[in-house]
Design a protein around this ligand. Structure first.
Ligand SMILES: [Zn+2]
Length: 75
């Protein structure tokens, strides 16, 4: 998927999985379920710190089916 940092071009990348929603935190992917909301795959460049933010591939359908998300309209 991602092989090099979009900011600096290095390939020293670190990844982790994190929830889009906590008990008292914001709901960052609304409408993707309260029991098992969609998760993020966060890829951080170990060289410059740039963060590449993805929805986990297996959770993408939850976002696609959420009524909170709609296509971006370019003006
Ligand atoms: Zn970088």
């Amino acid at each position: 998927m991602i092989k090099e940092c979009q900011a600096c071009g290095q390939n020293n990348l670190l990844e982790a999985e994190t929830s889009s929603r906590g008990g008292y935190g914001p709901d960052l992917l609304p409408g993707t379920g309260s029991f098992r909301p969609a998760r993020f795959r966060v890829v951080v460049c170990a060289m410059c710190g740039f963060v590449h933010w993805f929805v986990k591939e297996e959770d993408l359908d939850k976002v696609r089916n959420s009524r909170h998300f709609r296509p971006v309209r370019n003006q």
